[in-house]
Design a binder for this molecule. Structure first.
Ligand code: CP
Length: 308
């Protein structure tokens, strides 16, 4: 039987192409399950999962919880804002206290890059990184590629541009790793100040002209500006950013071909994307959210099968 090459999902960087294929094949099955009238399977009746979120989330948190419940796992939710972290408890103490309640798997979102890696070196449970600072967001990249595969048949050979705040984006880095692994061509597009130096060393291109980037691509993944990770200004004003790097219907209609529009959410409507683009037939933004549940079911299921 096929299994993942890893015990934790800490980042796409640690996965192989075969791992991604296995996750997608498993997600295909779960997508069919969650579209049945009875959406639940008894696969993980003996598994307890803790969702511990030290940062805000809508999609990821709800999607993991739903995926866990669809698999019949026992679920506990922990939000740092209402916890004893506020009284000075450390990450390891917090997680060890949760684990002493016999938890098998931890899904964690944390503002510090590498928090999941650190945890995996200190505790026994399987760890899933649900976003660690500006580092990685592996399940987002998996659901993004799965959605491209669903829409265009394959990820390999496609041209994908990631537009916006690449510097502060965990979605960008995880997508670059995932897309490259599957044989897509990748470019990033945005103001130079929001593109990390030497990003070309990852085997991708840089384009600062949005129209050129959009005319090159099959898929444009629009990212929001991560204001919460900025302590200085990276561009003059939001209005000027939108003029140069925001996508609107006029830009979309002026292109030589029809492209697919993606966004990981949350959307800042009118900044990086206008409503008429976000809600258009070319947008697969809500398909991404729908696919998030099947992808997370697949990841949880495959990692749970490796728990001894
Ligand atoms: N895409 C994403 O991670 O969204 P949330 O922050 O709402 O989870």
């Amino acid at each position: 039987m096929s299994e993942l090459s890893v015990k934790h999902l800490l980042g796409i960087k640690y996965l192989t192409k075969k791992d991604i294929q296995l996750i997608f094949e498993t997600a295909d099955h779960f997508k069919e399950v969650i579209n049945r009238s009875i959406k639940k399977v008894p696969s993980l009746r003996d598994i307890t999962i803790a969702n511990i979120f030290f940062e805000n989330s809508t999609r990821t948190k709800l999607s993991f919880e739903l995926a866990e419940k669809r698999l019949s796992a026992d679920v506990i939710n922990f939000s740092a804002a209402q916890s004893s972290v506020k009284k000075g408890e450390t990450l390891i103490d917090t997680v060890n206290n949760i684990l002493s309640m016999k938890v098998d798997m931890v899904v964690m979102r944390h503002p510090n890059p590498g928090a999941g890696i650190f945890l995996s070196e200190h505790i026994k449970a399987a760890i899933i990184n649900a976003g660690d600072g500006a580092h990685e967001h592996p399940t987002q990249a998996l659901l993004d590629s799965f959605s491209i595969r669903e829409k265009l048949g394959d990820v390999g050979g496609k041209n994908v541009v990631i537009v916006g705040d690449i510097l502060h984006s965990r979605v960008a880095l995880s997508n670059i790793f995932a897309l490259k692994l599957q044989g897509a061509q990748v470019k990033v597009c945005g103001p130079r100040t929001l593109i990390p130096k030497h990003i070309e060393s990852l085997g991708i291109g840089v384009e600062t002209d949005l129209r050129k980037a959009l005319n090159w691509c099959d898929v444009a993944n629009m990212l929001r500006i991560q204001n919460e990770r900025m302590d200085i200004s990276y561009f003059p004003t939001t209005r000027e950013y939108t003029q140069q790097y925001g996508i609107n219907k006029e830009v979309l209609n002026s292109l030589d071909k029809e492209i697919v529009i993606m966004h990981p959410g949350p959307i800042n409507r009118g900044v990086e994307i206008t409503s008429d683009v976000a809600d258009s037939d070319q947008s697969i933004i809500l398909n991404q959210v729908e696919n998030g549940v099947a992808i997370r079911m697949a990841v949880i299921y495959l990692l749970a099968s490796k728990i001894k």
